[in-house]
Design a protein around this ligand. Sequence first.
Ligand code: AMP
Ligand code: GLY
Length: 430
Amino acid sequence: MKVLVLGSGGREHALVWKLKQSPSVEEVYVIPGSDALADIAHVVPLYKTEDIIDFAKLMKIDLTVAGPENILVEGIADLFEQEGLTFFGPSKAAAQIEGSKQFAKNLMKKYHIPTADYETFTDREKAISYIQQQKKYPIVIKADGLASGKGVVIAETEKAAIETVNAMISGAAFGKAGESIVIEEYMEGEELSVLGFADGETIIPMISSQDHKRIFDDDKGLNTGGMGAYAPTVLLTEETRKTIRETILYPVMEAMKKEGVPFKGCLYTGLMMTKDGPKVVEFNCRFGDPETEAILPLLESDLGEIMMSCAKGTLKGTTLQWKEGYAVDVVLASAGYPIGHSTGEKIRGIKWAEKECLVFHSGTKKKEGKYVVNGGRVLNVVGVAATLKEAQEKAYYGASVIQWEGMQYRHDIADKGLKHLLDKEREKKS
Ligand code: AMP
Ligand code: GLY
């Protein structure tokens, strides 16, 4: 089949790379793509939805896959399907599970899916009096709409909470996305994510993964789009995996169906492993970034075929095959990220890193045939190996041979996983 991937970042690079290995896939096209994607697939620089749909029809594309959330929330899946084109990704109505925190929280409340207690507000005074009644800090304040993963504030004090409410509701902090807010209880625990292939009816979870959202080591500093990830996590037992399926994944699929908005595509579930069991932090309506760059290198099944089953509603009975071992993805970011970022610095060493690692490009472009920096998150260097330690060593070897002026990265990606493995060993011995 011919597959069209929409997007241009590291997640799409990993998707395209994996689709190219799928026996069922003959050609992969990418819109709008990037210079790095042009090295492995046909990149078509189109930007208007009507032109993209025209292209898909003209080229007889069998399956279109969306990378980023914004186009899904705007309803691209519906536009393709209205034209008789097969699409991997949720409808506009189903994409609300990410597009509106309020929609997701109300759905979880109605269908008893475990998550933090919350209230939603558009009125400043009411929000502030709720915070003053709660008197429990930290307290979490979220802009309702899409805010590129940055619309969440964990306020440690009443003063900080009130300042956040004022900034969000006035529109100063996140524009329209923040005019309606969700205030919720702070959940204590370790965070991980489980992505699942979904066809509206059935959901099949992938291996679990753990993102590292803060800019600095030991989870310090500002939140980012994600500074690295590893997969699988070593946090889940057979039993917790079953609990996640039975109390969260299956019920949310059922809930979406009952609400008349069945979910198909990739459902991303962000989880907090609390002392009362796994609870939902958020749902996303697409593949996670950087999780995808760590998960897909371990997938052995035919990705094209699985995605087609999701789009066609025939996923039931599918089993996913995974490689034994681990993958660690270290994100290399440019100077100034996440507040701003530099551009144009010459990148050296990608070829050397590629001898031991996979390198997926998030923000690069070619200048006179050589890659230069073109974004905040620039490259994902992924080590794959039989043990988590070896995968981590490989990824950091790759990171060490790549260089540009001002490059920054975290040095502790997957340390959490290694610590859990050590704890487990100690437990066994004692
Ligand atoms: P979200 O955009 O909802 O995923 O939130 C971004 C990040 O904020 C999450 O990945 C968590 O680290 C943190 N967070 C969000 N909600 C909560 C909560 N209720 N309790 C603790 N941490 C949270
Ligand atoms: N890794 C977090 C996200 O994709 O939203």
